[in-house]
Design a protein around this ligand. Structure first.
Ligand code: AHG
Ligand code: MN
Ligand code: MN
Length: 424
């Protein structure tokens, strides 16, 4: 059937507008959600107070939608003090696109990214070549923003200084020339490829990133000696050992059926989806809110018998339909934290990696897995606990410290906390 070009154009516009509305999980007004004082009123007491104003998008290009670039620029206009984050997350977006391509191509016979690197990382995990490659992509992307003070990564034994100050912290970083200017500096903590052991089986993986403000007190003198250096080094290291409550931003990228980027700049959670036809992350869900309740749990159940009694009791109740909400739960567990948390945010439920009799603190790392993902979940109105403590308030003692975690829908996390409280 032949249709006129104008009719085709109208149909195209209508379908893309419709698609945009549906990708947003509802009518287009969700994309226009304004956050400000209203968010402050809604914020549960334990949630970080909004520190920034979120942009409102009254007019949207129906072909491109709201790109990550436009979102960041609008955010910077409303929050001039956070302007430097625009540069940073623009780079993070590019790094996520590059990592997404690398992961996708990794299974091609011509690819050299398969297999083990042949060594373990600081946490004793096998390191895959992809872990190293993605670490390098993200590290370089952050470095070239010129806004980085220090970074800490799952794949770096020690924090890495990105200031050209002769710091021993930068000894693992061969190229030291950094574009240093007088702008605000940040600390980035990240897990470049979460779930990397799954990649050969085509299972989703992700990148997790947290951003803190950098304390300018961290300066290494070129001519320091002995104890003096150790003290300065300790101060620099302290920059990376901040509690989650100090986070100014956090994000994850999920490499799956689509490539997603979920971002919080301290005022709600914003999800972007990579539109490969234009090479841009496009806002697909604004001000995401996790359902308050749910009936999906996501744990490695093989460890059930070794968990703490309160958690075993709660999960037993959920299986039987005798828990607080009376629902018979179902179980979903990918084994990639980013994928499991992404689903939990959208469908509700809980994700966790609790401590057990073999590993008292579970498996996940506080600094670059636990804290940023907890910030994201809290910004969506959920909770994150160790069972007895809010994960966001824990001050890391060391970079690769592990932490037991249960995060997700408010009511379910409260049920777990209640069970632990009853035990004490
Ligand atoms: P990573 O690949 O960065 O080491 O992290 C894997 C983590 C996390 O993504 C996931 O939730 C957990 O390990 C899965 O562990 P189990 O295989 O023990 O269930
Ligand atoms: Mn991980
Ligand atoms: Mn990892």
């Amino acid at each position: 059937m032949k249709i006129s070009s104008s009719a085709a154009a109208v149909a195209l516009l209508a379908s893309s507008a419709d698609a945009f509305a549906h990708r947003g999980g509802g009518a287009p007004h969700r994309v226009r959600t304004a956050l400000s004082a209203a968010t402050e009123e809604r914020a549960p007491p334990r949630m970080n107070r909004p520190r920034t104003k979120a942009p409102v998008f009254d007019e949207v290009c129906e072909t491109t939608g709201v790109t990550l670039g436009r979102f960041l620029h609008s955010h910077a206009e409303l929050n001039p003090e956070a302007r430097e984050l625009t540069v940073l997350f623009d780079s993070v977006g590019t790094a996520c696109k590059a990592i997404s391509n690398t992961v996708k191509r990794s299974q091609l016979p011509s690819s050299e990214t398969l297999g083990l690197q042949g060594e373990g990382n600081a946490s004793g995990d096998d390191v895959k070549k992809l872990d190293m490659i993605t670490n390098d992509i993200l590290k370089r992307a952050l470095k070239f923003t010129g806004r980085m003070g220090v970074l800490a990564s799952e794949e770096e034994d020690e924090p890495v200084s990105l200031l050209d100050d002769g710091s021993p912290l930068s000894s693992t970083w061969a190229e030291k020339e950094v574009i240093v200017d007088e702008t605000e500096k940040y600390v980035a903590v990240f897990d470049p490829l979460d779930g990397s052991s799954n990649v050969d089986a085509g299972i989703p993986t992700g990148t997790i990133l947290g951003v803190y403000e950098y304390d300018e007190g961290c300066k290494m003198d070129d001519d320091c000696v002995g104890e003096e250096c150790t003290e300065q080094e300790r101060e620099c290291l302290a920059n990376t050992l901040q509690p989650g409550t100090n986070l100014v931003a956090a994000a994850y990228c999920l490499y799956s059926s689509s490539t997603f980027l979920a971002l919080t700049l301290g005022n709600g959670l914003y999800m972007f989806t990579l539109d490969e036809t234009i090479g841009e992350f496009v806002l697909s869900q604004a001000d995401v809110k996790i359902p308050d309740d749910g009936k999906i749990y996501s744990f490695n159940e093989a460890n059930f018998d070794r968990w703490d009694a309160p958690l075993r009791d709660v999960v037993t109740g959920w299986r039987a339909g005798t828990g607080a909400n009376g629902q018979v739960f179902t179980s979903r567990y990918i084994g990639s934290m980013v994928g499991d948390v992404h689903r939990t945010l959208l469908y509700g439920g809980v994700f966790g990696y609790p401590g057990d009799t073999t590993n008292a603190n579970g498996k996940l790392r506080l600094l670059y897995e636990g804290a940023p993902m907890s910030f994201i979940v809290e910004q969506a109105g959920g909770l994150s606990t160790t069972g007895t403590e809010r994960v966001m308030e824990m001050v890391p003692r060391e970079v690769h410290q592990r932490v037991p975690i249960v995060m997700g829908s408010r009511k379910l996390v409260e049920e777990v906390e209640g069970a632990y409280a009853k035990k004490d």
